[in-house]
Design a protein around this ligand. Structure first.
Ligand code: G3P
Ligand code: CA
Length: 247
């Protein structure tokens, strides 16, 4: 597998197969692979003891049996939470996986879009600490060619570019493309641009292609006009249901 040889359009399973399985769990990632996804997307936050945990929100309230901020819990405490029953009681055995557990589970089967959440970047610790942690793990697992790291925190991407000249970086944005964003994209030598689909227009897709960007819009709350996006010439879609690729 090599991230430069992705199929077009590339369907990326947002938080795994999140329309039918509890998001960001091993069940959701395995189901996405079974459904034929070539890339999964996941979210990384840090526990109190600075372990990389795969969860979208700043708190555990919405998607687990616990309460409170992720960063207030140790990994040991987080690992004991039920991360599946909120979605459906049949998933009561699902837990919050670490990034290492997900990479071990999917290696060789699918590419991985790792989103570093702003809270992980802003949490206590030295500058670029979470970037180094993610990079060290990806290198240890020998998955640098299979990974695309994205973030709404463009400083995270800038730091990663300094640390790893070859890593693929995706710039997340919910703003329309403008000169400032294009500057950042070129500064980080991005691989792809991940816009909120609601702000994307055909001229913007063209402008992004002009600077060599692959365009992978993301769905919001599962909603996206996938046909309209594909007609605009995007290179892939970040979707909650990877079976949309066969629709
Ligand atoms: O990476 C695309 C998408 O996941 C960004 O938004 O809020 O689902 O993490 P969010
Ligand atoms: Ca995400």
């Amino acid at each position: 597998m090599n991230i430069d040889r992705f199929p077009t359009p590339l369907f990326i399973a947002h938080r795994g197969y999140s329309s039918r399985y509890p998001e960001n769990t091993l069940a959701a990632f395995n189901a996405a692979i079974d459904a034929g996804a070539r890339m999964i997307e996941l979210d990384v936050n840090l526990s109190r003891d600075r372990q990389m945990v795969v969860i979208h929100d700043e708190t555990v309230d919405r998607t687990t049996s616990g309460t409170g901020r992720v960063a207030e819990h140790t990994l040991s405490q987080l690992s004991r939470l039920d991360a599946g029953s909120w979605f459906d009681p049949q998933f009561c055995r699902e837990t919050l996986p670490t990034l290492a557990q997900v990479l071990d589970a999917v290696k060789g089967q699918v590419m991985v879009n790792i989103e570093i959440k702003p809270e992980a970047y802003e949490s206590h610790g030295p500058p670029d600490a979470v970037e180094r942690q993610v990079l060290d793990l990806v290198c240890k697992k020998q998955m640098l060619d299979d990974v695309l790291v994205s973030s709404f925190e463009w400083q995270v991407l800038d730091n990663l570019r300094t640390l790893a000249p070859g890593i693929a970086l995706g710039l997340l944005s919910d703003l329309p493309v403008d000169r400032s964003l294009l500057y950042w994209y070129q500064r980080i030598r991005g691989f792809s641009w991940h816009p909120d689909y609601r702000v994307l227009t055909r001229p913007q897709v063209d402008a992004l292609h002009d600077v060599g960007a692959r365009v992978f819009p993301y769905a919001v709350d599962g909603r996206m006009d996938t046909g309209g996006m594909l007609a605009m010439g995007v290179d892939g879609l970040i979707v909650d249901d990877p079976r949309q690729m066969t629709a």
